[in-house]
Write a protein that binds this ligand. Structure first.
Ligand SMILES: [Zn+2]
Length: 163
């Protein structure tokens, strides 16, 4: 963002690390895809459109998204995003995937905070931006019914060959 002039549209996948206890749903190393767009007239609607398109392509064409207000330091407003459960279709009864909630949390997002844009020398009277970040393993676990994140890193060929 600091090295180029808007309009900008970036998708950046990579490994991330954090001090975390390792169990079936947590790992100290995992993968994340971050994305952002900066342009004139960018609004939250553009963010919703991009994320809904992704969810329909990745999970199922009939999924819905739910945006819940949240705090992230680099976006304002910010939201956590849930996808409607593509197994029980929101019917909820005894669903082992969504645990009866009908929704699955998949990512965080928001409008890029003006101070972040200003720090990159971008005129906030002219430009706005949205940003999102999501894990790779968790949506894959949800989609493929994988119940242990450690399976991705054990290099078991019988597991890996399924993808
Ligand atoms: Zn469900």
């Amino acid at each position: 963002m600091c090295k180029q002039k808007p309009p900008l549209a970036v998708v950046s996948p990579g490994r991330v690390y954090r001090p975390d206890q390792v169990d079936a749903s947590h790992s100290f190393m995992f993968h994340q895809v971050e994305g952002f767009a900066v342009d004139k007239n960018i609004s939250f609607s553009h963010l919703k459109g991009v994320l809904l398109h992704f969810a329909k392509e990745f999970f199922s064409s009939d999924v819905k998204l739910r945006f819940r207000p949240h705090f992230f330091p680099f976006t304002e407003p910010s939201a956590e995003v849930d996808v409607s459960c593509f197994v029980c279709k929101g019917q909820k009864d005894k669903c082992s995937l969504c645990k009866g909630k009908g929704w699955l949390e998949i990512l965080g997002c928001g409008m890029i905070h003006p101070r972040v844009l200003e720090a990159c020398g971008i005129n906030t009277k002219e430009y706005k931006g949205f940003a999102f970040g999501m894990g790779v393993e968790r949506p894959t676990m949800l989609k493929c019914g994988i119940d242990d994140i450690r399976l991705f890193y054990e290099n078991d060929v019988k597991f890996l060959e399924q993808f």
